[in-house]
Design a protein around this ligand. Structure first.
Ligand code: ADP
Ligand code: MG
Length: 702
């Protein structure tokens, strides 16, 4: 057998590890090799060159290092309560040091009058700060270490700690590793990348990430490792994208025929915005290219994505293909269905709706139309990707609000047909650039960055629930003017019955405040049967009800231009993108619209920031950015599958600049050498293969 390389050596062979510790390292931190241990990066560093005067130790937030003399030592308590308490004094004051274990050993070391550098984290005890179990060092006694300016801190677990592998223990293992004669970390970037971006080489970076010799070296090591991490994600995504377009030749939609022309010239009642025109052109370019299209269509709520989807579906029809459109909820699918049938009425296009609640007889009829080709456009929920739904010649797929479906379903749709249809993915709200680059890095990107003309920005106000009466007054006035109102209650996921109770109570109180026969109140929530929901929506659409009490089922897609007031109760409970989506339900007609966010007085800092953001801006891109910053990528839908959360060192929010460099460079490389066969790129190709082999998570990125 060939000897394992240094990085691939099993961790148990590291001095100080052995089989028992190796097993827990594997179980607790998935560390099985030298390389995996080296890739456990510190989460923080403590600058050991800084000595704190005692008087400046004021809180328990950070580790401190103090230099002083022991002025008292005593043992207090008995048995389990036994502890050793010492006082350390410098010129500015004194602080207590406490040990609960290892007392004998400490006693043998510390004597009154002895000078020490102590290091530890202060904590509050009986109204004053002390340091429990500080590390002790005799000044001038130089430890035999690579560098001791920065102390790395590693996250550990209870189990590891019980085997002596706390942060310090782990750090000791790192030292053994980097001081080994065999310590060798092969380079994974090409010389030209290293040169052009002035990046530290990999071995030096690993050394300095664990034991930085200076601030500057630490920053260089971090920059290098972050770049590498983001670069390989991008390289992989772009390579996939290239492979797909090469292997998967697509249907060529070479002509625009009577469907699109008729619609455009005779049925469209308004001018397209320039952004819509540009995006349609981008899509048409793809459709005529002979390659399969995979394109992300982003645009703020109400920017007119559905219309773009419709017009591009008509191009498919013009080329004798069928199209389908998949939405995440029944309500939204129905909404698309009614919008699209309405827009197409008079045109000879057959459109049907297929959802989980479609009746067997209707299903049969749809199946017939799909196979004989008389059904042109099928709109629906994920019912569309069930096995038994067979198209005659599906050429174009629109997926709306894709992040709710996840990557797996996207892939399944592609596989259905002998030639993969073109795919247009629409998102409900804009995605921050960094996230889009990583989540959808293998798709082409189109952005509608312009609203249809005449839209008045929604006016957003924040009101405390104790002062809600003027809001009711306002609603009365608005309803009197003929507009309609949504009142949304939150879902509190702990209990469905409780949720319903909340909503019912809300509904009842709205009914007492707005009594019949003057006012008609409707209600929709997720627990209602589809038919009931549809009926409630229809009555609202027909203005039979003026106020609609709802849960977030109306969050996406619902399009009722006459509704111009959105009241959101307990707004502090909603996420930013949810609030933005809800607000997007108003401001769709010509009237000035309003969004009223009702909250309690007690707000968390984050909730306050969300409300402030909503009041300050209508711009979905700004809101998406703020949302990402507030929550981090972990809570954004879709990221779970993306691998973003498994990043070891980079952070797509903080390291946006590095990500852009990485993306640009990867783009150039794949453009010039898509198979990475040039001598210069051999190292990249090799490392990609290794990464694909080792990391399960990579397989999930698509
Ligand atoms: P999105 O899906 O992006 O949220 P929609 O496609 O639902 O937006 O469009 C919102 C509303 O704006 C719809 O009522 C639609 O008919 C209308 N609309 C779309 N494009 C235009 C345009 N260019 N000019 C005027 N109104 C438009
Ligand atoms: Mg929409």
């Amino acid at each position: 057998m060939m000897q394992a390389t240094f990085l691939e050596t099993p961790i148990e062979y590291l001095k100080g590890v052995g089989p028992a510790r190796a097993e827990i390292l594997g179980k607790e931190l998935q560390i099985r090799t030298f390389g995996e241990l080296l890739s456990l990066f510190p989460f923080r560093y403590i600058d050991r060159s800084k000595i704190f005067p005692v008087a400046e130790v004021k809180d328990d937030t950070a580790y401190v290092q103090i230099r002083g003399k022991i002025t008292s030592v005593e043992t207090l308590g008995k048995l389990h309560a036994k502890r050793l308490v010492a006082t350390l004094a410098d010129d500015t004051g004194e602080i207590e040091l406490v040990w609960f274990a290892g007392i004998k050993w400490v006693e043998s070391k510390i004597k009154i009058g002895a000078e020490f550098i102590v290091f530890g984290k202060p904590s509050w005890f009986n109204g004053h700060l002390n340091i429990a179990h500080p590390e002790l060092e005799i000044p001038g006694e130089q430890p035999v270490l690579v560098s001791d300016t920065f102390r790395p801190l590693y996250s550990s677990t209870e189990k590891l700690k019980s085997k002596g592998l706390d942060s310090r223990g782990l750090s000791r293992l790192m030292r053994t590793l980097v001081q080994s004669d065999r310590f060798f970390v092969p380079e994974t970037l090409t010389p030209s990348i290293l040169d052009n971006l002035r990046l530290m080489n990999r071995q030096e970076a690993f050394l300095n990430i664990h034991f930085p010799s200076s601030h500057e070296m630490l920053q260089k090591a971090q920059a290098r490792l972050k770049f590498e991490e983001l670069f390989y994600i991008q390289l992989r995504l772009l390579k996939q994208k290239f492979n797909r377009t090469r292997k998967q030749s697509g249907h060529t939609f070479s002509k625009v025929g009577h469907y699109l022309n008729d619609f455009y010239h005779h049925y469209l009642s308004f001018e397209l915005t320039n952004a819509q025109k540009r995006v349609i052109k981008e899509i048409r370019g793809d459709l005529g290219s002979g390659k399969q299209m995979n394109r992300l269509l982003q645009g703020d709520v109400g920017s007119g994505k559905t219309l773009v989807a419709l017009m591009t579906m008509l191009i498919a029809l013009d080329n004798n293909f069928q199209a389908c459109m998949m939405a995440p909820t029944e309500i939204l699918a129905f909404q698309h269905y009614s919008t699209i049938t309405k827009m197409l009425s008079g045109l000879d296009v057959k459109v049907e709706l297929l959802t989980g609640s479609t009746k067997p007889a209707k299903r049969k009829e749809i199946a017939g139309g799909l196979t004989d080709g008389t059904l042109h456009i099928l709109i629906g929920t994920h019912a569309l990707i069930e096995e038994n739904v067979q198209f005659r010649n599906l050429g174009f797929v629109v997926i709306d609000e894709q992040h709710r479906f996840g990557v797996a379903q996207r892939a399944r749709l592609w596989e259905k047909n002998p030639v993969t249809p073109h795919v247009l993915v629409m998102t409900a709200t804009p995605i921050p650039r960094t996230l889009a680059m990583t989540l959808y890095g293998d798709l082409d990107n189109s952005v509608i960055d312009e609203m249809p003309p005449g839209r008045k920005p929604v006016i957003t106000k924040h009101v405390f629930d104790a002062k809600i009466d003027p809001v009711f007054e306002f609603i009365r006035k608005q309803v009197g003017l003929g507009t309609q109102v949504y009142i949304v209650f939150p879902l509190i996921q702990e209990s469905e019955t409780l949720d319903l109770k909340n909503l019912m109570e809300g509904y009842e109180s709205v009914k007492t405040i707005f009594p019949s026969p003057q006012y008609h109140i409707g209600m929709v929530h997720g627990k209602m049967k589809q038919q009931e929901k549809d009926k409630a929506m229809e009555r609202f659409l027909k203005k039979e009800t003026q106020i609609l009490v709802a849960t977030t089922v109306i969050e996406v897609g619902v399009d009722i231009p006459n509704a111009s007031v959105m009241v959101i109760e307990n707004a502090e409970r909603f996420g930013l993108s949810q609030l933005h989506q809800l607000r997007g339900r108003v401001g769709r007609g010509a009237d000035q619209s309003y969004c009223i966010l009702v909250t309690g007085y007690k707000l968390t800092t984050e909730a306050k920031k969300r409300i402030e953001t909503m009041v300050a801006t209508n711009d979905g891109f700004i809101i998406a950015e703020t949302d990402l910053r507030l929550r981090g990528p972990g809570d954004v839908e879709g990221t779970q599958q993306s691998g973003i959360l498994n990043l070891k060192i980079a952070d797509i929010i903080r390291d946006e600049k590095i990500l852009k460099y990485a993306r640009n460079l990867a783009t150039d490389i794949i453009h010039d050498d898509p198979d990475l066969i040039s001598e210069n790129n051999a190292v990249l190709s090799r490392h990609l293969k290794i990464m694909n082999k080792y990391s399960e998570n990579w397989g999930l990125i698509s």
